[in-house]
Design a protein around this ligand. Structure first.
Ligand SMILES: *Cc1c(COP(=O)(O)O)cnc(C)c1O
Length: 231
């Protein structure tokens, strides 16, 4: 079941890369395993998947402890400042840096642990009240501030697009995130690189790839629907 889903997802990723004139090597699949049991993760692991996404620190750490050490764990959910101590040093990439306060806390903890942490700035492109993230009109002061960090490296941008019936409706959102990354890169700010664009979920990842995604975060399309939805 998970194996069949993965074959389907990988084919769709390939096709979307062709349509978007992208190399498949530039698009990384993150299997979003939140709420799913470790057996499901092992099934995907045995199909060759090594990148998994979780949205709760406790759950990520528990799974990390029990599962193979070559898994790369991506923190994709809203992160509270009081959980920063636990996640720093344990995530491949923190996709969901949504405030300067949080970024400061990650920087401070990374210095304390003497590790380099890589992260993305989450952008609330569609300006939805229900979503976390910076507004797309990123204040230059934010960049000035971030450029002084020594142990937190910003590698790109992430967005959670609106839930829509027709994924075409999110194309403009993905385009806007890509444009913001291009503009930001052109500013040549120290410590801010724009290598990664984390965008696209089960309902809209093909469009996101056509528009430049380098990470797609797919849960339902691989593991089936979740018993309970967690934000
Ligand atoms: C749950 C979640 C996903 C995966 O959603 P699906 O629609 O199941 O693919 C992707 N990104 C984030 C931030 C999530 O919380």
């Amino acid at each position: 079941m998970i194996k069949d889903n993965l074959i389907d997802v990988e084919k769709r990723i390939n096709d979307a890369c062709k349509r978007g004139n992208r190399s498949v090597n530039d698009v990384r699949l993150i299997a979003v395993s939140k709420t799913k049991p470790e057996e499901d993760i092992m099934e995907a692991y045995n199909c060759g998947i090594r990148d998994f996404g979780e949205n709760k620190v406790q759950e990520l750490l528990r799974k990390k402890e029990n599962l193979p050490s070559d898994i790369k764990w991506h923190m994709i959910g809203h992160l509270q400042t009081n959980k920063v101590r636990q996640i720093v040093g344990n995530a491949e990439l923190i996709h969901s840096i949504d405030t300067i306060k949080l970024a400061d806390a990650i920087e401070a903890e990374s210095i304390k642990k003497n590790v380099i942490t890589e992260g993305l700035l989450e952008i609330n492109v569609a300006n939805e009240d229900s979503k976390y993230g910076f507004t797309p009109d990123l204040d230059p002061e934010i960049f000035q501030h971030i450029s002084k960090y020594t142990n937190l490296r910003i590698r790109g941008l992430m967005t959670v697009a609106p839930a829509v019936e027709d994924p075409e409706l999110n194309r403009a959102v993905f385009r806007q995130l890509k444009a913001l990354a291009v503009d930001t890169k052109a500013k040549n700010i120290d410590n801010i690189r724009m290598d990664f664009l984390s965008m696209g979920m089960t309902g809209d990842y093909e469009i996101a790839i056509e528009e430049g995604a380098t990470f797609v975060r797919i849960g339902t399309g691989i593991f089936g629907s979740r018993i309970y939805e967690v934000k």
